[in-house]
Design a protein around this ligand. Structure first.
Ligand SMILES: [Zn+2]
Length: 323
């Protein structure tokens, strides 16, 4: 019994000694070496980090949010891999450098919204609330295209220019011609002014440009302004208002500057004046929405704008009633 007790005490002592010495050894080892994560990216050694979790969180955060507005996600070339190792103290970590290298491979995808008319994207806004507000305002104003509007969620690797809500509503609004307006139009005919009478034209025209009207049809500065002016920056695209054959594309010395005329049949023509560039030739058959010229300030013009006319048998009609 006593022998057994002595034996037990000895082995307890032995275990204690062993424990103490291993703690000492571990302390010595840890004073020389430390645990650290080696980071590799696509098989290439990038460096070291003390905190795998923190580094990984930073990378994931970048992939989720990027560094700009309207980011849907960022795709990077691979994922960093980590291996735990013990290295001599004094080995430098380089988290920032590795982060920059890894995130520089990122390809950003953006999320935003398009407003489409009849499925064709017309303009873009950064968030759904803006898109919704544009559609609702156009419905409230009873815009002619209210039933053709849709909101599309866009994911793209390029961002579009965004249009402010107010500007978008202004640009997309299309006046409805009601029977009441039609009958009023008939009454405003003025002698000597061949253009004020409303007369149905059996062609559906669309707006030749996404821009605001800056001058209307009718009497202006003692003469008759035979068209509608749309103010727009130089180079903005001008679209055919309806399909037809280009019957003129060139310089007009009567004040229109660079001018395009499209004939739509039955004596109906559209005029596009003051262009900076002509993108169609005489004889071309164009379709509604085709880009035919660019906005300019040529001829008898003050400032960049499109002068647009609708003529029937060479008599100018107020385009506002037909767009
Ligand atoms: Zn004009």
């Amino acid at each position: 019994m006593r022998k057994l007790l002595i034996g037990l005490r000895t082995s307890i002592k032995l275990i204690a000694l062993l424990a103490v010495s291993s703690i000492i050894i571990l302390a010595i080892v840890l004073s020389i070496y430390k645990p650290i994560y080696a980071v590799t990216f696509n098989g290439e050694m990038y460096g070291y980090t003390d905190s795998k979790a923190e580094f990984q969180t930073k990378i994931l955060n970048f992939m989720e949010n990027g560094t700009e507005d309207n980011v849907a996600f960022v795709q990077i070339d691979g994922m960093p891999e980590y291996s735990l190792c013990f290295l001599k103290r004094g080995v430098e970590t380089n988290d920032d450098e590795m982060y920059d290298k890894i995130t520089s491979t990122g390809k950003t995808y953006y999320k935003f919204y398009a407003i489409a008319v009849d499925g064709e994207e017309k303009l873009y806004v950064s968030n759904f609330d803006d898109a919704n507000s544009i559609v609702n305002q156009l419905k409230e104003k009873d815009s002619k295209n209210a039933n053709k509007l849709s909101i599309l969620e866009k994911y793209q690797d390029t961002k579009q220019d965004f249009t402010a809500v107010e500007v978008a509503v202004e640009n997309l609004y299309e006046k409805k011609i009601t029977e009441e307006i039609k009958s009023n139009m008939g009454r405003v005919t003025r002698a000597g002014n061949g253009g004020t009478t409303y007369k149905p034209i059996s062609i559906a025209f669309q707006k030749p440009i996404s821009a605001t009207i800056t001058s209307r049809f009718g009497s202006r500065w003692g003469t008759t302004h035979k068209g509608l002016d749309f103010g727009a920056p130089a180079g903005s695209a001008i679209h055919a208002a309806a399909e037809g054959t280009v019957t003129f594309s060139g310089w007009n010395s009567g004040g229109y500057g660079y001018l395009v005329i499209i004939s739509h049949g039955n004596g109906v023509q559209t005029y596009y004046g003051h262009c900076s560039a002509l993108l169609c030739n005489v004889g071309d058959y164009v379709y509604a929405g085709d880009t035919i010229a660019k906005v300019g300030n040529t001829g008898d013009s003050q400032g960049n704008h499109l002068h647009f006319e609708i003529r029937v048998n060479d008599v100018a009609y107020n385009p506002e009633y037909y767009l």
